[in-house]
Design a protein around this ligand. Structure first.
Ligand SMILES: [Zn+2]
Length: 217
């Protein structure tokens, strides 16, 4: 009987990824992906230096291969208390194509890697490419993760996007509680040019930047 009840509950529960947060004031979460796919990836130094210089609270989702290639830099970055380091899987595979056991092992492998490099266990997860399904969401829930995606894509991996388009797209769509996503691994072609203007404008409009741990418990 208990088994069938569990089955029934499982079929009713529709687990969701988090795309925004409840904001009482003008707050946004600025998040980045730092992953490696086919070619070696490194931090976009200009974006990183801007964030550090301006002390902007940001969350960076890192994949395992990126961490292994940039271990020293990740260690440095993690020293800033306004920067959160979170889990973006070890392999950066499409999780809908992984078996449940492989998916779980992949998540935990990157969790252990982050713990060993950063000294802190990640609590937020972002799926590679944003691909997921209910079983994979359940695995993450069971492991104690909150899955955080984005409110709208910035479009920064698009090679044809201009700095102006990136700024316009973000400023037109942003609202309190938005989770912004950009790339800090060199895949955001115009990010370093657009981000300073986006941040300046948002501050002018009265927005502040928050870490996920402040708004997603
Ligand atoms: Zn990624």
């Amino acid at each position: 009987m208990a088994f069938f009840i569990a089955l029934l509950i499982n079929s009713i529960i529709n687990l969701q990824v988090i795309n925004s947060f409840h904001a009482n004031e003008k707050q946004v979460a600025l998040t980045f992906d730092a992953c490696e796919t086919k070619t070696p990836s490194y931090f976009d130094k200009e974006v990183l230096e801007f964030v550090i210089r301006e002390e902007i609270p940001v969350t960076i989702f890192l994949s395992g291969k990126f961490i292994e290639r940039n271990t020293k830099d990740v260690k440095e970055v993690a020293k800033y208390e306004f920067i959160e380091i979170e889990n973006h899987s070890y392999s950066h595979h499409d999780f809908t194509k992984l078996s449940d056991s492989d998916a779980k092992e992949d998540i935990l492998k990157n969790e252990r890697l982050i713990e060993s490099v950063v000294g802190k266990k990640p609590v937020y997860f972002r799926f590679p490419y944003g691909y997921y399904n209910q079983t994979k969401l359940k695995i993450l829930e069971d492991l104690g993760y909150k899955v955080v995606h984005w409110t709208f894509p910035s479009g920064d991996p698009d090679k044809t996007i201009t700095k102006e388009m990136l700024i316009e797209n973000t400023l037109r769509k942003v609202k309190p509680g938005s989770i912004l996503i950009f790339h800090i691994n060199g895949r955001g072609w115009k990010t370093k040019e657009a981000l300073p203007e986006i941040v300046t404008k948002l501050r002018e409009w009265g927005y502040s930047f928050v870490l996920l741990k402040e708004v997603i418990k």
